[in-house]
Structure formats: C-alpha cells, structure tokens
Ligand binder design. Structure first.
Ligand code: DGP
Length: 126
C-alpha cells in the first residue's frame, strides 16, 4: 500500500489537526486515542511515512526504529504505567483491524487487560 500523506495521523503530525499530546521527541509523537478502549489509551506514531509495521520494520533507518521504541517506553513512563503494567498493540492490514494507515502502537493501561490477546480490549471487558 502506498502511504497517503493526508491520512489523519499525518495531518496530526503536521499540526493541521489537534491532539492531546502525551510525549514528543525527534522520532515520535504520542497522544490520547480519540475513542479510548481503556482508562489509558494512547497512540505512539513515528515521525515518518510508514503505512504499518511491515514497511516501518523494513524501511525505517536503524536510528528511527530504536528511537521509536524508546519513545514508546518513554510514553509509558510519562503515563506512570510502568509499575502496574500495560499492553501494547500494533494492527496491520484488514485482518489486524487497522483503520489508520500510518504505523502506530496502541498503549493500553489503567486496568487489568483481558487474557484474550487476539482481541482488542473493549469497554467494560474484564
Ligand atoms: P487502528 O485500528 O490500529 O488503525 O486504530 C486507529 C485508532 O486511531 C483508533 O483507536 C481511533 C484512533 N483515531 C482515529 N482518528 C483519530 C483522531 O483524529 N485523533 C485521535 N486522537 N485518534 C484517532
């Protein structure tokens, strides 16, 4: 799939759309999901044109891959999720349930996650 430079997250990165920012550095931006599925639901996106993990892992420079994952960790620390833990998810393609085609990692926290890891957490799910 060709990267669409007008996808929602690209527009957030360019400052054309607002977001509730949690963390930002040269590699990544983290902000609250507009439709939270857990008490804490934050998205971390790389500052580059990557459709999903497939081309991020294959095409991103090493420094970007390292910087991005460090930013995921820094975001979770910023949210004070480390002591009790959290879940990270990245959806790829139709079967993965991807809706926005700019690579992103979901961070879920603030409650016990389901053991059914094949499913995204849903509101009120234990
Ligand atoms: P995914 O299925 O992994 O592509 O999830 C995309 C997520 O993006 C979904 O949880 C809702 C969120 N989302 C969609 N549009 C916006 C937006 O304009 N702002 C924010 N903050 N989140 C959005």
């Amino acid at each position: 799939m060709i990267y669409d430079r007008n996808n929602i997250f690209a527009r957030i990165l360019r400052g054309e759309l607002p977001c509730k920012k949690v963390y930002e550095d040269e590699f990544a931006l983290a902000f609250h999901d507009i439709n939270p599925l857990a008490p804490v639901h934050v998205l971390v996106i790389p500052k580059g044109d990557y459709v999903s993990n497939v081309d991020f892992a294959a095409s991103a420079p090493d420094a970007m891959v390292v910087g991005f994952w460090r930013a995921v960790g820094a975001t979770a620390r910023e949210l004070e999720l480390d002591p009790l833990g959290y879940r990270i998810v990245a959806n790829h393609g139709p079967n993965g349930g991807q809706i926005v085609f700019h690579f992103h990692v979901h961070i879920f926290g603030g409650r016990q996650m389901s053991h059914r890891m094949g499913n995204m957490p849903r509101p009120n799910e234990s």
